[in-house]
Write a protein that binds this ligand. Sequence first.
Ligand code: ZN
Length: 303
Amino acid sequence: MILPARVKLCEVGLRDGLQNEPKILTVSEKLKLAESLIDAGFKVIELGSFMSPKAVPQMADTDELFKLLKSVKGVELRALVANKRGVERAIDCGCRKIKLNVSASKRHNLANINKTPRETVAGFNENVDLALKNGLEVSGSISMPFGSPWEGLIPVEDVEGIVEAYLGVGIKEISLSDAAGVATPKQVYDMCRSMQKKYPDVIWWLHFHNTRGMAMANILASMEAGIRNFDTALGGFGGCPFVPGAAGNVSSEDVVHMMDEMGIETGIDILKLIELSRNLQAILGHKGDSYIIKAGRSKDLFK
Ligand code: ZN
């Protein structure tokens, strides 16, 4: 098995985790959580999204959070943006990195933003220009590339078409997001190998929801295929409002634990992470989806 010496993890719990929770955290609770995640070693954090506060009230104070955290050096704080208004909000609050998203599934994309994937990507041009003109970095995400609950498997040519559309508007950092949690390790390995071969200049991120318990296996398959960047969420909280039965992102502490045990560097302190996950569980008032919170580290059994 060929494994990397180190991987980079982006903590998406503040966005992907909290956006689906009935309890809305205060801005000071979010600030404390973000600072603690930085203290635990995360160098990339998705702080929130600039969506309509009516549609996603959990993310309404993302602007405020960026203002409070913008002086953090050496840490990339990014946010999800859906439209021009979102880019303007990002510029105004000092957010330096945005992520646009399109669904590879036509029906899912229509349900989300009432546009086909092609129309969506065409519309990114203006947003990307505005962001770049103001010195922001821009990345892109493709959700459902491994399959959609509405359409089943997505033809790989469709996914490639979206990658090319992103490259066409000047975006070279692309995330493949299995929001439906349907990807299998072999499918992930094959897709990652062919995408890297075909588009060697793209910086790839992989984002797995653990809906069917395959997220860890998919991370392993991605690593074997050469991928080094992964999104994870504290406690495995979250889901997707558009996906039936969706579970949260794979939990940060489970991933860091696996990397630790395999000698793969993450730069993240697992013990601090476990404490943060327990605190978040207490704040949200229910359990997340984390094996390490339930069972503890395997290392601790052998003391
Ligand atoms: Zn997600």
